[in-house]
Design a protein around this ligand. Structure first.
Ligand SMILES: *Cc1c(COP(=O)(O)O)cnc(C)c1O
Length: 383
């Protein structure tokens, strides 16, 4: 990355070689032909890196990958069809039966299912730890293949000191991976804190417009080459050119959107703290752990027992009821509904979450309009 440029400037950079176009062309081609026998032979021998098949490489996807690598201050990036494709493909690029994985508790529910329903039967040992243990217990890293992290974790948003985890992992040769979807590179750049591999569900803040499902991984040239050659190529969960185009478009406004999400989240956190019916607010902010520089718009809080969460949810007007997050629109997700999912697949049940918990995705609407909506719904739902 160019020295000392703010991330907003980096994300606005126009890629060269497109005849003056501000945007990357959408290259909707499955294959790319070779000029000659020699040209083809060089590629097959691995002596050239020429783009030849869209399952492995594509120019529109490469434009997005290049911008993502700069955003996270990594050497390279690889796009995927979804966040889960990115997570599963990254884990499978490095794991073999008999390996041990340490995973943070309250991990994204489908990542928990991946660990329990696919990795464990495949012969990988998976252990879960709260943030304090991952930060303080150096012995758990002995012989550990992968530390799988989220900071903050899902739904209860517990942050983790990534510098401490990275220091333990380095000593043991453990590979560290983090799902950085919540913070985005605007608020946290884990590679600069010593983490090896950053993963995003690009469906969230990177897209920002609730119109794309995608994933991306950023790391060293060496790790990205391994992931691209093995699990991208062989599982085939590639990012499509049109989706990559939309994600590049999303990155252009990522910084400005995160600032707006943060301003609204700050307003909510200040005012929620003064509401007697609110017991606990989960919303990590700047410097709560080293390297975290902002507060994202995805947060949760607990009501006391006097609030009827069903009535509260239905009384909201500007918050749509739904999963996912990171888009322009505000959303509400009541935890009791998530807790109702089958226990064997449910990380929230496994690691505990209050049935009084409500998750908000604060979108780009006017903060006072959203707050007025919250207050009005609360008035209608206290018993
Ligand atoms: C949504 C999400 C994922 C999964 O991403 P998809 O793009 O839906 O596959 C992974 N991690 C976190 C934290 C998420 O919120």
């Amino acid at each position: 990355m160019s020295d000392n440029l703010d991330l907003s400037t980096v994300l606005a950079a126009v890629q060269d070689d497109n005849g003056g176009s501000m945007t990357p062309p959408i290259v909707q081609s499955s294959l790319f032909s070779f000029d000659s026998y020699d040209d083809l032979e060089k590629r097959m021998r691995g002596e050239s890196n020429k783009t030849f098949y869209t399952r492995v490489q594509n120019p529109t996807v490469a434009a997005f990958e290049g911008l993502m690598a700069q955003a996270e201050q990594g050497e390279a990036a690889v796009g995927f069809a979804s966040g889960m494709a990115a997570i599963s493909s990254t884990l499978f690029a490095f794991l073999k039966p008999g390996d041990r994985v340490a995973c943070v508790e309250h991990v994204y529910p489908d990542t928990y299912r991946l660990m329990e329903r696919i990795l464990r039967p495949f012969g990988v040992e998976v252990e879960y730890y709260p943030p304090e243990t991952l930060e303080n217990d150096a012995t758990l890293y002995d012989g550990l293949k992968i530390a799988y992290l989220e900071s903050p974790s899902s739904v209860i948003f517990q942050p983790l000191d990534l510098t401490r985890v990275a220091a333990h992992a380095r000593k043991s040769g453990t590979i560290t991976m983090i799902d950085n979807s919540w913070a985005s590179p605007v608020f946290q750049q884990p590679l600069t804190l010593g983490i090896d591999i950053v993963i995003h569900s690009a469906s969230k803040y990177i897209s920002g417009h609730s119109d794309t499902v995608a994933g991306v991984v950023v790391s060293s040239d060496e790790h990205i080459k391994t992931i691209r050659d093995l699990s991208l190529s062989l599982f085939g969960g590639k990012l499509a050119p049109f989706e990559a185009f939309l994600l590049t478009r999303g990155l252009r406004t990522l910084h400005a959107r995160m600032m707006q999400h943060q301003a609204t989240a700050n307003l909510f956190v200040d005012r929620l703290a003064a509401i007697p019916h609110v017991r606990k607010i989960n919303s990590p902010g700047p410097n709560e752990v080293p390297g975290l520089t902002g507060r994202a718009g995805l947060l949760s809080f607990e009501f006391d027992d006097s609030v009827d969460i069903r009535r509260f949810t239905d009384a909201l007007k500007h918050f749509k009821i739904g999963v996912s997050w990171g888009g322009f629109e505000s959303l509400v997700l009541p935890a009791p509904v998530v807790l109702a999912q089958a226990a064997e697949n449910n990380s929230l049940q496994k690691f505990g979450a209050s049935p009084n918990l409500v998750r908000f995705n604060l979108g780009l609407e006017n903060a006072e309009d959203l707050w007025a909506d919250f207050q009005s719904a609360l008035t209608k739902s206290t018993v």
